[in-house]
Design a protein around this ligand. Structure first.
Ligand code: ADE
Ligand code: ZN
Length: 338
């Protein structure tokens, strides 16, 4: 009899909330630092891991942006993305929709095209060699001015054939979605869906702003919606997907531990909850680890775990044919599970 955690880990799934810069494992960080002659403020891999004790989102972001300094060439971005795809494949990820933060790199003098060529080349290789479908989402950094996001959108225009959507990430508190209403309006005119981080550390009002002002098709995190019952009812009524990241929420102290996480409550309220890994190299687990940890801490039924995987296919930007294929893989897996 398969354990609940193994059943959860092995479910065919889509990952919808993954920052590619957040998949930089300390080993690769050191390898790239050596390759590029970058000096890191850590003696070794263990010292890096020891530094991963976070108080909140900002204390994590400070290390995350510092770590990204080793990424310089298209080969670096390729190797980073490829390492993630191999892990995702082992976790039965059939389709992944990943974020990248161009401003983290262009502000250091790395050309936009270098970043995109490396990431996109690896995603194409993953599609061919591993059968993993993908979408690529450009995120604007919300701690920077809206004018900087506008300049980033300008830089993206020649590459729109490789950009499938736009998002909003980085420091949430004090940077409401309304700050980016104009650039998101322009992004939407390009015919791409938009998403935003909201309600991770920020209040439920930020979720409402993301829905009404940015017109997002998914909310990234969104767990603080529970503080506004009318908002919870709306999210359920609209089947608005939440890309929830359980291990991230514990590491960044949104919840004291996994047993206190509200994702199962939200699922039972009828919300389209999905499970994702966010920044797995920093938070101690890839998407399979997140599924397994939820199974162990919250004791969902198998049907609920299957629903969480099915929600990931419902919320993904798939064609009807791709979605049907993913759902068939899920049905086959469930039928074969003992
Ligand atoms: N960038 C990378 N991970 C993030 C998170 N969890 N919240 C906001 N911005 C991020
Ligand atoms: Zn995130």
């Amino acid at each position: 009899m398969t354990s609940l955690a193994d059943y959860a880990r092995g479910l065919p799934k889509a990952e919808l909330h993954l920052h590619i810069e957040g998949t930089l494992e300390p080993e690769l960080m050191f390898a790239l630092a050596r390759r590029n002659g970058v000096t890191l403020p850590y003696a070794d891999v263990e010292a890096v891991r020891a530094a991963y004790r976070f108080e909140d989102l900002q204390s994590f972001l400070d290390l995350y942006y510092a770590g990204a300094s080793v990424l310089r060439t298209a080969a670096d971005f390729h190797d980073l993305t490829w390492a993630y795809l191999e892990r995702a494949h082992a976790d039965r990820v059939l389709h992944t929709e990943i974020f990248f933060d161009p401003q983290t790199h262009t502000d250091r003098g790395i050309p936009f095209a270098t970043v995109l060529d490396g990431i996109h080349g690896a995603l194409e290789r993953g599609r061919r060699e591993l059968g993993i479908g993908y979408r690529l989402i450009l995120c604007f950094l919300r701690h920077l001015p809206e004018a900087a996001a506008e300049a980033t959108l300008d830089a993206a225009l020649p590459h729109l054939d490789r950009i499938d959507g736009f998002g909003l990430d980085s420091s949430e508190r004090g940077h409401p979605p309304s700050k980016f209403a104009r650039v998101f309006a322009r992004a939407r005119t390009l015919g791409r869906p938009v998403v935003a981080h909201a309600g991770e550390e920020g209040p439920p009002a930020y979720i409402t702003e993301a829905l009404d002002l940015l017109k997002v098709v998914r909310i990234d995190h969104g767990v603080r919606c529970v503080e506004d019952p009318a908002l919870v009812a709306r999210l359920a009524r609209e089947r608005m997907p939440l890309t929830v990241c359980p291990l991230s929420n514990v590491k960044l102290r949104v919840f004291p531990d996994l047993a206190a996480h509200n994702l199962l409550t939200l699922l039972r309220d009828g919300l389209c909850v999905t499970i994702n890994s966010d920044d797995p190299a920093y938070f101690g687990g890839y998407v399979g680890d997140n599924f397994a940890a939820v199974a162990e801490a919250l004791a969902p039924s198998r049907a609920e775990l299957r629903q969480l995987a099915d929600n990931s296919f419902e919320a993904a930007w798939l064609t009807a044919e791709e979605r049907a294929r993913c759902r068939q893989a899920l049905a086959d897996y469930d039928a074969a599970a003992t």
